[in-house]
Design a binder for this molecule. Structure first.
Ligand code: NAI
Length: 261
């Protein structure tokens, strides 16, 4: 029997990461799902619930609790994936946090916290996994080796009440370019997926405000994005449909990328 590819998805306990884990299981991947915590006794939520959905699809599942901002966890996360599935074929950097505080009021602590997860954590996690993926690709063992960064339209859209978040996502977008450039020679493709306004727990506190903005036309396709919209884009990249497009930036924003008059 041929080996199934293995995907590691960070921040997979809910929202977009959960949908990506399920979408990749549908696409034939075994899944290592990360989040800050894991409670195996509560199958109704969190990583355990994601695992139930993944295994219903016939994929193998391995939960890996780790705080991505804590660089000492990265090697352990990689090792657990290798021990369980022999190696990693796809890394999806999805874990992220936000803030909602005006630029004139924000603090160094806010910046450090958001950048610590969204950028610094993802930077060194990717470095750790990329070393493994390069070795594996060169041994000819990897299946379509790739790294996907979930950034945001905030990578190039200003929101003065989320300055830390926007700055972290702009940096993450540049990191995707650097990784694509550096890893292309080793056959590891790197992509950036930029979601727009997606209905998750992260956007729940601003639901009414975004409902009104969407009614007014801020999203040309006139609806919220769903976690599934993002997961479908990641699955298309994972399948290799964009094999000759390393470094590509893929918007999943209902047309918010269109400059309008
Ligand atoms: P969410 O808040 O619903 O889920 C975030 C996930 O990341 C959770 O599983 C959480 O446990 C995990 N996480 C947070 N900090 C972590 C850490 N230090 N270590 C490990 N895991 C951690 O968020 P949502 O909406 O699903 O967002 C997922 C990604 O998509 C984030 O990077 C976010 O910035 C990005 N995004 C979201 C958009 C939206 O409108 N919801 C739009 C554009 C981008």
């Amino acid at each position: 029997m041929s080996r199934r590819p293995c995907a590691v998805v960070t921040g997979a306990s809910r929202g977009i990461g959960r949908a990506i884990a399920i979408g990749l299981a549908e696409a034939g991947y075994d899944i290592v799902a990360n989040a800050r915590s894991y409670n195996p006794d509560d199958l109704s939520r969190g990583l355990a619930e994601t695992g139930e959905r993944v295994m219903e699809l016939g994929a193998a599942f391995h939960p890996a609790a780790a705080d991505i901002a804590d660089l000492t966890t990265h090697e352990r996360l990689l090792r657990s994936a290798i021990d369980r599935f022999s190696g990693v074929d796809l890394l999806v950097n999805n874990a992220g946090i936000g803030t909602r505080v005006d630029f004139l009021e924000t603090t160094p602590e806010n910046l450090d916290r958001v950048v610590g997860v969204n950028l610094r954590g993802a930077f060194f996690l990717t470095q750790c996994f990329a070393r493994h993926m390069v070795e594996r690709a060169e041994r000819g063992e990897a299946i379509r080796p790739a790294i996907v960064f979930i950034t945001s339209i905030s990578a190039d859209t200003s929101s003065p009440t989320r300055a830390e978040y926007c700055v972290s996502k702009a940096g993450l977008s540049q990191l995707a370019q650097i990784c694509a450039h550096r890893l292309a020679q080793h056959g590891v493709n790197v992509y950036e997926v930029r979601p727009g306004i997606i209905e998750t727990d992260m956007t729940a506190p601003v639901k009414q405000r975004y409902d009104a903005l969407i009614d007014e036309g801020v999203v040309p396709q006139r609806r919220w994005g769903t976690p599934r919209d993002v997961a479908r884009a990641v699955a298309a990249l994972a399948r290799g449909d964009f094999e000759y497009s390393t470094g590509g930036v893929f918007e999943v924003s209902g047309g918010m990328n269109i400059k309008r008059l």
